[in-house]
Design a protein around this ligand. Structure first.
Ligand SMILES: *Cc1c(COP(=O)(O)O)cnc(C)c1O
Length: 410
């Protein structure tokens, strides 16, 4: 978001006009930022045969998925629901990687029926897979490297006590199952968590992966997952994807030379592609000075953006209605009947009732984690494409709260 002439704009569109035109709360996404992030990653890894697979769970709107596909990005799905949405966006099954965690085997069978690229994340499923498909349907396996990485225990998935993946220490069991059933493994997958800022952590994971990969013949790809950390506030330490890309592709190419075959390098960015592209616009309902704090209550809450409460995430807040106002310190809260603080002790230009507050970095895990808690409809979504704001999801209405409810006679 640029600040020019005291007006906050996205691709030249004043944010205030969006709030006026579409109402609030409103999720707004800037397609140009998504396209920029795609290019950054592709460029950073261009020394290898890199394939991006957008982790759809970060933001699943079909128009966003279409944008990804248009820019040559494949898709990473963790559920058949995401696969369904990807298909609506025009993705062919072969362009979709399916990496569910601990699902019933029937979901894996459905994935095979559709022709998805499947990553299997536990030995029990691998056994069933082998018994049913033998060597007829090559698959990938999700490994757990036994490495602690990531910004938060809730989003850290690669440590030894994590539920995700098959431990690299169980290599023998994997190989026994492969031999017993003739299973063909076409790729190894790893995803060690989110918000990993240290290049070293990624490289260490890669080393574990290469060591394991040596024991498999016939690999086509290695999937390094994601976890790229983006800046939520000024001065945040982030993943330096350019540095990481240069170093990881170098190590990868060396591995390929030893392995005797040029493999594809897969990445599954979610947050990195969409976080900064998104802004949540809310309106101030009340300004409430107390003897100790001045609260600002907005027309949204943890039902629409749960990251601050769930992960202690920081989202930068801007008063777009009063950019020149005198700065004061506020605690910004939602309207949910439970503590839902968006930000404590934030310096904001003077806030008045009716002002529009923008929450930045709301593209990833914003709308996709939104709920109807407190029986509040979910926001509308707008995508700005080439300077044109386009509605990509209508605002929910109260009637929608009744959907699927069966009202019985009592
Ligand atoms: C969530 C997830 C990702 C994306 O993680 P980000 O931190 O949003 O980039 C990638 N791969 C898998 C398997 C995931 O579950």
């Amino acid at each position: 978001m640029e600040r020019s002439h005291d007006t906050y704009t996205l691709q030249g569109v004043p944010v205030l006009s969006l709030a006026e035109q579409f109402g609030t709360p409103l999720y707004v996404y800037d397609a140009a930022v998504i396209v920029r992030q795609i290019k950054r990653l592709k460029d950073a890894y261009s020394a290898s045969d890199v394939r991006l697979k957008y982790a759809a769970k970060a933001l699943t709107n079909v128009s966003i998925l279409k944008l990804m596909r248009k820019h040559g990005v494949g898709l990473e799905a963790v559920s058949l629901g995401e696969v369904f949405l990807a298909r609506q966006a025009g993705y062919a099954p072969v362009e979709i990687t399916f990496t569910p965690s601990g699902v019933d085997f029937s979901e894996i069978e459905e994935g095979v029926a559709q022709g998805l690229a499947i990553n299997i994340d536990n030995l029990s499923t691998l056994r069933k897979f082998g018994e049913k498909y033998k060597g007829t349907y090559p698959c990938g396996i999700r490994l757990n490297p036994n490495i602690m990485a990531g910004g938060n225990i809730k989003i850290s998935t690669g440590h030894s006590n994590s539920k995700f993946g098959i431990s690299v220490l169980q290599l023998q069991e994997i190989q026994d199952l492969m031999k017993e059933h003739g299973i063909r493994i076409r790729g190894l997958h790893i995803h060690t968590g989110s918000d990993i800022k240290e290049t070293e952590a990624f490289l260490k994971t890669a080393e574990v992966l290469f060591d394991t990969a040596k024991h498999f013949t016939g690999l086509e790809f290695i999937d390094f997952g994601s976890g790229f950390k983006v800046a939520y506030r000024e001065g945040d330490v982030v993943t330096n994807v350019e540095d990481l890309g240069a170093r990881l592709t170098k190590a990868f190419n060396e591995f390929c030379a030893q392995y005797g075959r040029t493999l594809e390098l897969w990445l599954e960015p979610g947050k990195f592609l969409v976080s900064e592209a998104g802004t949540l616009l809310t309106q101030v309902n009340v300004v409430k000075p107390t003897p100790t704090v001045t609260f600002v209550g907005v027309n949204s809450g943890l039902n629409h953006l749960i990251r601050p409460m769930m992960y202690d995430a920081y989202h930068h807040i801007v008063n777009v209605s009063n950019p020149a106002g005198k700065e004061a310190v506020y605690t910004v809260v939602g309207y949910i009947c439970e503590t839902d603080t968006f930000g404590s002790d934030r310096p904001l230009s003077e806030v008045r009732e009716g002002d529009i507050l923008a929450f930045k970095n709301a593209g990833a895990y914003g709308f996709s984690m939104a709920s109807n808690y407190n029986s509040r409809p979910r926001p509308a979504e707008v995508l700005i494409v080439e300077g044109q704001p386009k509605l990509i999801r209508a605002r929910e209405q109260q009637d929608d709260l009744l959907k699927n409810q069966v009202i019985i006679d009592l």
